[in-house]
Design a protein around this ligand. Structure first.
Ligand SMILES: Cc1cc2nc3c(=O)[nH]c(=O)nc-3n(C[C@H](O)[C@H](O)[C@H](O)COP(=O)(O)OP(=O)(O)OC[C@H]3O[C@@H](n4cnc5c(N)ncnc54)[C@H](O)[C@@H]3O)c2cc1C
Length: 503
């Protein structure tokens, strides 16, 4: 059974690793991993500069989704797994150039503590009144129809909650726009809570009580409110938390590149083709023809782990309607700017992990992480790393700006936002690194679940085809790993069930 894996990002690498395991276990499988670029890893890309770990793409993964930590342990990277420094976890929202902390008790988008919400400077008195009255919110009519995250949040908490909470939190995760993203996909637990309780606050409090009861029954006194993954299946609560038993986020001591290097080291070198884009796919009797580098080869099965827009081009030639569905999944582009400073010259930063910038502030930056605080031990003493995130659905034009302009923009905005002796305009970073991510993050737009089903139905008619990657069932690293491995396991199982003569 020969499988072509198209795309060497984390989803394709996870699939190849699973195939390699089956092969070394003696199963009759062979695979070829095709990657268009010279390097493997896709969005995961880090380097160490003067002892500082700099992540160009993702910096960590959600601890609650086990697929990534499990894979790291399997690869022998267990000792290098490290949690986020949650004692320092505090996130700010920029409101008219000032940093305002998210109020305590905020469980993702839902305020659950009266007093911290009442005294927070994040919301106007009108929004606070609305948040209190939300306890009386009735269940939604036509509740089975998808809507945007912005519509869901606005119905419950008003437009200011969209502007100051939903939009910046989602921009920081998806580079997305709350008025486009699907509530059923991005916030499934909140949608369920609404149908059961009407009020999201009551739903969240009930979930909190259930968790505490479960934790008490298991003798774990540390239980907090529903976490990000628990609260909505996709994103994590950003409230000011007391120290959790483990970090909300997990990373690798030497950067996420460690995971890519470890995966690559496990693969059979002759099965990996870098700088080899697949330019055509064809469904033929009993399998697939894969064209790359001027040659066409036959494979029994194919895992397409490229972004959906690239998958759409390849599969559109096989089934045009499938190509259209895949091509219809929107993607956002983003930019990360890592700035390394001498901490003594920088001045004192506010406590916490960093801040998010609402679109209404009219800035280029969407978010900034104080990297040396979020992960202790990846930055040498005396250095500070600020990582800005720019672009997103509303600001794709920034991608064409030169590096120097982007660095100057970030430095100016940091100085304006942090002000007060921190980051005066004369403080120059010792090192600046700009990374552009074009059409890298799938956007789960309203109707995504239905689109996903239509895609699954079409794929089911094409024997030996599997899709993996961030466009389908979770944008984060753990979900991409889960889908990649699952696709490979399914195909390997299929291969071993074939009569020997047809393998
Ligand atoms: C800036 C940024 C920050 C992020 N932060 C986080 C985070 O902190 N935590 C988290 O969990 N997630 C984060 N994400 C999301 C996560 O990193 C991605 O969703 C995930 O890495 C995508 O993996 P993938 O394998 O699906 O796709 P990709 O990484 O996009 O890989 C797809 C690969 O397919 C290749 N390809 C395309 N077409 C072809 C072809 N025709 N032939 C051969 N190869 C092809 C591409 O070159 C690419 O290497 C972030 C993403 C970005 C961009």
């Amino acid at each position: 059974m020969r499988t072509a894996i198209i795309g060497g990002g984390i989803a394709g690498l996870a699939a190849a690793y699973e195939m390699e395991k089956a092969r070394t276990a003696g199963e009759a499988v062979e695979y070829t991993l095709f990657e268009a670029r010279e390097r493997l890893g896709g969005c995961l890309n880090s380097e160490i500069v003067d002892g500082v770990v700099l992540e160009r793409g993702p910096d960590s993964f959600l601890s609650e989704k086990p697929a990534a930590s499990e894979l790291c342990r399997e690869l022998g990277l267990g000792p290098d797994l490290m949690p986020s420094n949650d004692a320092e976890r505090k996130t700010y929202i920029v409101v008219r150039n000032r940093l305002v902390p998210l109020p305590d008790g905020l469980m993702f988008l839902v305020p659950t503590k009266l007093i911290p919400t009442a005294i927070s400077r994040l919301f106007s008195p009108m929004t606070k009144a609305r948040m209190a009255l939300e306890l009386l919110h009735p269940p939604r009519r036509n509740g089975d129809q998808d809507e945007s995250v912005a519509a869901l949040v606005e119905r419950h908490f008003g437009v200011e909650a969209v502007d100051r909470l939903a939009d910046p939190l989602l921009s920081g995760i998806y580079g997305g726009d709350a008025s486009q993203l699907s509530a059923r996909t991005v916030l499934p637990r909140l949608v369920e809570m609404e149908s059961q309780y009407g009020s999201l606050t009551r739903g969240m409090l009930a979930a909190h009580r259930q968790m505490r009861a479960r934790a008490a029954a298991q003798g774990n006194g540390h239980a907090k409110g529903p976490s990000l993954a628990e609260a909505n299946g996709t994103i994590r609560s950003q409230g000011n938390g007391r120290p959790a038993p483990r970090g909300i986020f997990t990373t690798l001591r030497g950067g996420l590149q460690q995971l890519i290097d470890a995966l690559e080291a496990r693969l059979e070198p002759s099965s990996v083709r870098r700088s080899t884009p697949v330019c055509a796919l064809d469904k033929v009797e009993g399998g697939w023809q894969v064209t790359s580098g001027g040659a066409t080869e036959f494979y029994d099965a194919v895992i397409v782990a490229s972004p959906a827009w690239a998958a759409g081009v390849l599969l559109g030639a096989v089934v045009p309607a499938l190509g259209e569905e895949l091509g219809g999944i929107p993607y956002s582009s983003s930019i990360t700017v890592n700035l390394v400073y001498d901490e003594a010259k920088l001045g004192t930063l506010p406590d916490g992990f960093g801040f998010l910038v609402p679109a209404s502030e009219g800035r280029s930056m969407l978010a900034c992480t104080f990297v040396h605080r979020k992960f202790a031990g990846r930055t040498p003493p005396g250095k500070a790393v600020l990582r800005a995130f720019l672009g997103g659905m509303r600001n794709e034009a920034l991608l064409t700006e030169p590096d120097a302009t982007l660095v100057a923009t970030v430095c100016r905005e940091l100085s304006e936002i942090l002000g007060g002796g921190v980051l005066g305009l004369n403080v120059k970073p010792e090192h600046a690194q700009v990374s552009r991510w074009r059409r890298a993050m799938a956007q789960y737009a309203v109707g995504h679940q239905e689109r996903k089903q239509r895609i699954a139905d079409r794929v089911a008619t094409l024997p030996g085809l599997r899709l993996a990657g961030n466009a389908y069932d979770g944008i984060g690293i753990p979900d991409c790993i889960r889908l990649g491995r699952q696709a490979a396991r399914e195909l390997a199982a299929l291969g071993s069930s074939l009569p020997v003569s047809t393998r």
